[in-house]
Design a protein around this ligand. Sequence first.
Ligand SMILES: Nc1ncnc2c1ncn2[C@@H]1O[C@H](COP(=O)(O)OP(=O)(O)OP(=O)(O)O)[C@@H](O)[C@H]1O
Ligand SMILES: [Mg+2]
Length: 235
Amino acid sequence: MDKAIEIQNMTLVLGGRTILNIPYFAVENGQSVSLMGPNGAGKTSLMLIMAALQPPTSGTITWFGKKAENHDLLELRRKMAMVFQKPMMLDLSVTENVELGLKFRHVSRKEREKRVKPWLEKLGIAHLARQRARSLSGGEAQRVAIAQALVLQPQVIFLDEPFSNLDKATRDEFKQDIGRLLREQQITTVMVTHHIREATDLTDIIYYMEDGEIVGQKAVKDGISIDQFGMGEEC
Ligand SMILES: Nc1ncnc2c1ncn2[C@@H]1O[C@H](COP(=O)(O)OP(=O)(O)OP(=O)(O)O)[C@@H](O)[C@H]1O
Ligand SMILES: [Mg+2]
């Protein structure tokens, strides 16, 4: 399999502190991986680097077989979408928020309408289309943020705790929907979660981070016990 992202000898130093120290990490095209680990372990920072939103302090990042300097950064970012830990919505309607990325890409109004509507339906938020996005509940906002990313048809999607604002029933249902969508679309996925069940249900490999380093990994097909990383069901 080709690699979507490959990281070699990478460090990230911020405010004089080493936030990440990753000798090697790669995500294959079409693969789904989880990043787990305690608060402050560096999961979001690693995702920002992989999404080309944060340059590393040292080391090499390769996207689709080409190093950063050989990519048009804007083109590269357009192949990837990130759903942030805290969804950010503009004070516009749900539809307007979801179509924003397409607008930036100069997609016509007609085409935007055609592309946005099915995603609102798939994510169960079609009835909220005209509501102001800032008035949504946390879980609704999370769905809008995911629609915003998927409508761009990215090759790679980064999901930073995408289910954290959802109640258990919604989370279980939504998890299944998202799993199906990601498989159908064959999107390379990197997901941060604190719940091992989300990781085993949605991804192929789980990486465990601590203090800016990847200290464990396990393929889900090998069978993962809840206590795999000595962290219990959540971490
Ligand atoms: N711009 C910054 N300047 C200084 N330190 C930073 C900066 N951004 C992140 N950090 C620090 O880097 C560490 C890793 O942060 P990061 O957000 O990647 O953790 P995380 O694993 O995503 O945690 P959480 O589970 O709480 O989301 C934290 O200690 C954080 O305070
Ligand atoms: Mg984080």
